[in-house]
Design a protein around this ligand. Sequence first.
Ligand code: GTQ
Ligand code: FE2
Length: 264
Amino acid sequence: MATRRFSAGGDPDLSDLYKDLAVNDLQPLWELSGLLTPAPRTRAVPYRWRGKELRELGERAGDLVPVGRGGDRRVLSLSNPGLGGTPYATATLWGAMQYLGPKETAPAHRHTPAALRFVLEGEGVWTLVDGDPLQMAADDLVLTPSWTWHEHHIPGDTPMTWFDALDLPLVEALEAVFFEPGQEPLAPNTTAGRSTSERRFGSGPGLLPDGASSTTPLAHSPLLRYCWADTDRALSAQFADLHGEAAGTGHAHLRFADPRTAVT
Ligand code: GTQ
Ligand code: FE2
């Protein structure tokens, strides 16, 4: 039974109606306010989490909290102070810093929320997406689309921290969250060279494997790593083009897009 009470303003008949509505799990729209707002209400507030603290606290978690089954990921979520204690950065986005130590593995799993990762500094992490080994180095963007298997490895001796963004709160609101743990981690010796995804779809502007759009009916970009060297080159080229679209703006601006369709 609904527990919300509505004021009948002293009218006994109305009061009876409201009681009976409640007993029948009904609510009178005319007593409800704030549902159809003229414009969206934004509860999340502008906020800054300082990189220095994130790094230090990640390292401390690294010393104290093992990663593995049961713990799966060593992640500090950004909890927006406007969102009443939820572990979410905004109403629709999860944002977090993930810390992985030397020789550690964050085991395979998959979930319906999609993830993207921005590497802020360092290198040495390999993220396997559906078994394809993607290198993660400073300023790279790495995609883990919805329901793809993923696991993170550091075969070497240097720990690393990176930023995760997931559409978890959005998918949760749609009641569409599914999660599945995977098999034991693959050996990190599968991590050499460029990923299959990059070799096929990261060749350069306008260059796609023949038949790509029909043979890869993916709901997400087949390019899973946007490496900084490519992004930097493209930004520099755009910036240097003083007569082009960037003219007068003083800055170059790029969009990460699905190379098959050039749609985000
Ligand atoms: O790296 O797989 O920040 O599953 C939150 C959930 C990272 C991940 C997060 C995750 C991951
Ligand atoms: Fe994940």
